[in-house]
Design a protein around this ligand. Structure first.
Ligand code: SF4
Length: 346
């Protein structure tokens, strides 16, 4: 693929091959004035991920501008990796994936198919539409629970799901997000930390402010500062309107129920649920909490959370427990002033 394409799809493996072939060293990228624009664009991509999502497409025309756009991608990856925050990694991957979806939506079918192939997605043309191998369909729509995305509602033909163009591109967005997320964080050294000291301080400041605002959100009588990292992340994803897999939704609903939150408050945590999803969300909450089912479900243990990829990596307290609810209890004890008992706090 040539530079104009790679500048628009910098997450493709060919893009790193192109940079290597250009002979641009990491040191040059970090410090050379010739790459100042690439560094500024990379920083901009990370800030966009945190603040407002991908901007409308601007097509770089000049050769130098295209190279800067291409190099901005490794710069952004370096910055995200240096901050090393799972929420930022997810936001950044989503930003890049949404931008890619917009570009694919405007590009020719041939390019869509080439990008899909490079992502390892078996997507083919089919009479004015596309067909996608069902295994790829399942793999890349597992977080999309809405009816139009259920396999049972698809037209299947010889192992392939027939999709309209927009839906095929939407699946590719998930594939892009997955590739970017799985590739982060990358190792960073002291030279990187030093070169980007100012940018990193700025990004961390915005990230902290975002988290503080999030913490201040009213989520009823429970204390979010006692949440284990897994539940904190799930809550952040839900409130940022990101797709949360079914097991993640199950885990956070059962967790919130067990720490004392009522069903109405749990529903409010889900924020602006689209009309078509209101009934499903309420049904799931009522079912998981035992309101309309014979079972009051308990949140999954840490081992299960890990096997579903929902454990972002244990912190100090996590190392001593086997269940997310234990984290909440222990953190509650730690926060209580010395000499004060649970009864005093009740
Ligand atoms: S170790 Fe357990 S409590 Fe901690 S983040 Fe992972 S799943 Fe959650």
């Amino acid at each position: 693929m040539d530079l104009p394409v790679l500048a628009r799809y910098p997450f493709l493996r060919e893009a790193s091959g192109y940079i290597r072939a250009e002979g641009i060293s990491l040191e040059e990228l970090l410090t050379d004035p010739a790459y100042a624009r690439a560094r500024a664009l990379g920083r901009g991509r990370v800030l966009e991920a945190l603040e407002r999502g991908a901007p409308p497409e601007r097509v770089p025309v000049a050769e130098g501008d295209r190279l800067a756009q291409l190099l901005a991608y490794p710069v952004a990856r370096i910055l995200v990796s240096a901050v090393a925050d799972t929420y930022l990694i997810r936001r950044y991957a989503l930003r890049e994936a949404v931008a890619a979806e917009a570009r694919l939506g405007a590009d020719l079918d041939d390019l869509v198919l080439r990008v899909a192939a490079e992502l390892g997605v078996d997507l083919r043309r089919a009479d004015g539409a596309f067909r996608l191998h069902f295994a790829d369909f399942l793999r890349h729509t597992s977080t999309m629970r809405e009816t139009p995305w259920k396999l049972i509602n698809q037209r299947l033909d010889a192992g392939y799901v027939r999709l309209r163009r927009e839906k095929a591109v939407r699946v590719l967005r998930n594939a892009v997000q997955r590739r970017i997320e799985e590739g982060l964080p990358i190792p960073v050294n002291d030279a990187i930390l030093e070169a980007f000291r100012g940018d990193l301080a700025e990004i961390r400041g915005i990230l902290d402010a975002k988290k503080a605002a999030f913490k201040a959100d009213d989520i009823g009588k429970v204390s979010i500062t006692r949440f284990p990292p897994c539940m904190y992340n799930l809550l952040a994803q839900i409130q940022a309107h990101e797709n949360v897999p079914h097991m993640g939704r199950f885990a956070i609903v059962s967790f919130l129920h067990h720490i004392g939150m009522g069903n109405e408050d749990i529903f409010r945590v889900f924020g602006d649920v689209p009309d078509f999803a209101v009934d499903v969300t309420k049904y799931q909450i009522d079912h998981i909490t035992g309101t309309t089912s014979p079972t009051e479900y308990t949140p999954p243990e840490c081992s299960t959370m890990k096997s579903y990829g929902l454990c972002p990596g244990p912190d100090r307290i996590c190392l001593t427990i086997k269940h997310p609810l234990s984290y909440y209890r222990i953190k509650g004890r730690e926060r209580r002033p010395r000499g004060e008992s649970a009864a005093t706090a009740a």
